[in-house]
Structure formats: C-alpha cells, structure tokens
Design a protein around this ligand. Structure first.
Ligand SMILES: *[C@@H]1O[C@H](CO)[C@@H](O)[C@H](O)[C@H]1NC(C)=O
Ligand SMILES: *[C@@H]1O[C@H](CO)[C@@H](O)[C@H](O)[C@H]1NC(C)=O
Length: 232
C-alpha cells in the first residue's frame, strides 16, 4: 500500500508544473461570478480592476476552537492545498459553478480523511491523493495557511516567480447556502514579502462550516473546498 501511495505522489510531482494563463485555448478567460451572491451588507466586494493571474482550486480544512463558556465555535485559521485550475476552467467554463463541490466530495470520500476531524495531518498527502482521484488532476501551486500572527497567507511557491500574498480581509459576504463558508475578498497587508499577486477572492465555497454548538475546549477541523481567484 505505501508503494502505491508513493507511486501516486511521484505522478503528482510530474503533474505539478504550474501554468499561468492559458495560451493555447481559444476560450475567453471566465469572468468572476460575483453576481451570484447578494453583494451587500457591511463588507461587500469591489469588482476586480486588475488582471487575473490564477484561478485556483483549494481543498483543506477550516479550523475552529470551542469556547466552553459560550458553547460555540470560533474560527481559528485554515490550512489548504492550492491547485491551478486556470487552464481547466478556461477550457471548461461550466465547471466554474461545480468544481469546488466536486473536489469536496472527492476529498471527504478519501480513506485518508475522517470528517470532521481533530487530527488532519499537515503534509498535504490526503489533498494530493484527492487531486489525483479527480478526472482532471490539477497542477500544484502551493499552500494556504495562517501565520503565527493569525495572518492569512497564500504561498504559491510552485508557480513562476513564487507569488506570495500575506493578506488582510476587506470583504465578507454569506455564501448562497449557509452550509458553505462565506465568500471573501482579501488584499495584501503591506508585507515586504508580498510579490506578483495583490488580491484574492474566495468564491464558490463548499463546506467548511462549524457545527452550531460545542462543549469543552477542544478544536475541530472541517473540510472545505473553494475557488480562489488571484489578481495582479
Ligand atoms: C487547529 O487548532 C488547534 C488548536 O489551536 C491546533 O492545535 C491545530 O494544529 C490546528 N490545526 C490546523 C490544521 O491548523
Ligand atoms: C469565550 O467567550 C466569552 C464571551 O464572549 C469571552 O469573554 C471569552 O474571552 C471567550 N474565551 C476564549 C478562550 O476565547
């Protein structure tokens, strides 16, 4: 069994050449479907004003800690693998609507996952196996995580020029379904490490919502998938 996993991961590394925007497609780049949410409330989204760099598909976990006093979960960061879906979604624009759900279903069906969980390994194995289980495995772009100072970070280390975005959240709008985490808009926080990408929209979310109540002081990792649209 380990040898099969190693073979799959070796295949994964062959597939992991990151692409930028497609050159050989005659299809136009899809436009970001912000019209699918009621873009209002306290933190609505601006439409992008700069060029699209990547459409990523990300799978991983939203982390929550239980507040024993209130009996409710508080968000405590996230950890996710970043895959490049730019070419795939340009060639299959109808999948913009369904790719997150497809990947979440594949992810939660993996034998390596047990959801919800308190012990998801941070090694990306389960996320990479999920990608390989897809009909169209996507190239790896990098990793999304929260820094020690709780700063959302997007490290596209596998892409040309190593795009990097240490971010702050400016927009937050509920997803069409309450079963999915909010759609978000984040921009660079001024970190000198930031390069190439300046903003990102988290849209088309699937899953990631904590249960409504909890007891004790534990934590919970809830699986999710989403499209992240990165702009210059
Ligand atoms: C989730 O939060 C707990 C408590 O802070 C931490 O121990 C755990 O490593 C976190 N998991 C992830 C995937 O970040
Ligand atoms: C739990 O919630 C209470 C009430 O909102 C708050 O005062 C307290 O700081 C919270 N505890 C933690 C560990 O966040």
């Amino acid at each position: 069994m380990p040898s099969i996993i190693q073979a799959l991961l070796a295949l994964s590394s062959l597939l992991s050449t990151a692409h930028s925007l497609p050159h050989r497609s005659s299809n136009p780049i899809p436009s970001i479907p912000l019209n699918q949410i009621s873009n209002s409330g306290v933190a609505p989204f601006p439409y992008p004003t700069t060029a699209l760099k990547y459409i990523a598909l990300q799978i991983g976990t939203q982390n929550y800690t239980c507040n024993a006093t209130t009996g409710t979960y508080t968000a405590n960061g996230a950890l996710a693998r970043i895959f490049d879906a730019t070419v795939y979604l340009t060639n299959h624009p109808t999948q913009v609507s369904s790719l997150s759900r497809t990947y979440l279903d594949l992810y939660t069906a993996q034998p390596c996952s047990r959801w919800p969980s308190t012990r998801v390994p941070a090694d990306d194995c389960c996320e990479d196996l999920t990608n390989l289980a897809s009909l169209h495995p996507l190239p790896v772009l990098g990793e999304h995580y929260f820094s020690a100072t709780e700063t959302p970070t997007f490290d596209l280390y596998a892409a040309p020029g190593h795009p990097y975005l240490s971010a702050k959240k400016l927009g937050d709008v509920p997803a069409p379904s309450a079963a999915d985490v909010d759609w978000l808009y984040l921009v660079g926080n001024g970190s000198p490490q930031n390069t190439i990408i300046n903003s990102v929209y988290r849209i088309k979310t699937a899953g990631g919502v904590a249960p409504g109540s909890c007891t004790g002081n534990g934590w919970l990792e809830v699986p999710y998938a989403a499209e992240y649209w990165y702009y210059l």
